[in-house]
Design a protein around this ligand. Sequence first.
Ligand SMILES: [Zn+2]
Length: 455
Amino acid sequence: MRKTAFFASALLLGAPLALAQRTQLKPAWNLFSPQDDIKLGKEVAADAKQQLPSCNAPKVDAYLTDLGKKLIMKLPTGGVQYPFEFHCVNDKEINAFALPGGFVFVNRGLIEASNNESQLAGVIAHELSHVALRHGTSEATKAKAAQLGVDVIDTLLGGNAGGALITELGRFSAGGVLLRYSRASETQADILGTQVLYDSGYDPRALAQFFEKMDAESQENSPPEFFSDHPSPERRVERVEQEIVKLGGEPKKVKRDSLEFEAIKKEVAALPVLKKETLTASGGSARPAGPPPGPSAKYAEYQASAYTVKYPDNWKKYGEKDDVSFAPDGGVMEIEGGHAGLAYGIVVSVTKVPGDATADKALDTATQQFIMDMQKDNPKMKVERQPGGVRVNGQPGLSTYLSNESPAGGEETDWLITVIRPEGLVSFVCAAPARDYENYDKAFAAFLDSVKFTR
Ligand SMILES: [Zn+2]
C-alpha cells in the first residue's frame, strides 16, 4: 500500500513537467448554453449580413473559410460543434468581429492592413478564441445581471432566463452588447489566439506584431475600429510574448506568408470602395431603429411581496423580487461600456430606509439618498422639479422629476415616485426620452394608479 501511495505522489509531482505549461483557459459561467450561442449568433448574423456591405467576392470568402478552418482545427471548443462561417465585409476600417456560435465577419480593411498571412491569421485566431471562450454571451450575462438586477441564483434555479434574454438581445444589431469585450476577455483571446497560431504552425508573434503596428498607427491617426470593440489590455504585447515562452519559445520553422494571401490581398484592393455614408453599421454602434411600439392599453399583472401592479401587456418584466423592470421590446439598449440601459420603461425597487423609517422626515431623507445613489451611476442625472407630495394607493409619497442622458440618445425624462412601506423605500422610476415622454405619460400614470400595497 505504502509503495503504491509513494508511486502515485511521485507521478503527481512529475505531472506538471510532463504537460505543456501553456495557460489553460475555459469559458466562464454563463446564463446561456452553447446551443443558445449558436441560435443567438445565427439570428444576429442574419441581421448583420443585411446591414453590412458584402465584398461580393466568393474567392475571398473561400480563402477566409480555408484559413479559418486551419485555425479551428486547433481551437479547443470543449466538444461543441459551432457552425463556423466567414464573410468578407466591404469596409475599409480595420476591423473584424465574431458573433457567438462562430459567425466571423472580416473587413477588407483588415486584410489590406495585414503585412502577411500570419497577421491576418492572428486576428482571426483572436476572434475565434472569443467564440470558443463564449465571451459574447458571458459579457451579455454580466451586463444584464448588473443593469436589470437579474437574481443570479433565482435564474439558475428558475430555468429559462436564457430564452428571455435571447429575445431581448436578438434585437441588438451587430455591435451591441455581444461585441463589447472586457479587457480580461481580450487578454484571454490574445493568449488562446497565440496558442492556436502556434499549434497551426504560424508565427506565434504575428498577433502581437499586428497590435504593435496598429498602436503605432494610432499615434498618428485615430485608433482603428478594432480597438473600440476589443479594448487593449495593459501590456498586451508583453503578455503574448510570455505565452510564447510558456509554449516553448518561437518555433524554428514558422509559416509567415503565402502566395495565396498575397493574391487575395490584391483582389481585395481592387474591390470598389464604398463611401462611408452608404455603410449603415460596421460592427460598431448600431441601435434599434426608431422608438419601440407604444404601450398597450391592456394590462398584465405582477405580484411582488410588497405590492401588486399592472403593466402594459406588450411590455416584458425583467428581474425578480425587490428589483424589477418593465419595458417594451427595444426599450432596453446598449449604453457606454457595453452595458444595457433602460431607455423606455419603469424600474421598481425596494431599498433599505436609512435611519429610522418612522421619523418625521424619513421619506424626504430616504428620497434624497435614493436620488444621490442614482446619480452615482448616472453622473448626468439632474433634479428638474423638487419632490412634492402625492398619494400612491392612499399612502403618502413623493414625486420628483429628473433629467438624464437617454440610452436612446438625447435627453431623458425620469419621473420618480417614492413611498415608505414596512419592506423599505419602494421607488418607481419611469423613464422615456424627453421627445417621446408625452407618449408614455399615460402608461406611467396608469401603472402608478394600479399599485396596491400588500400590507
Ligand atoms: Zn477581442
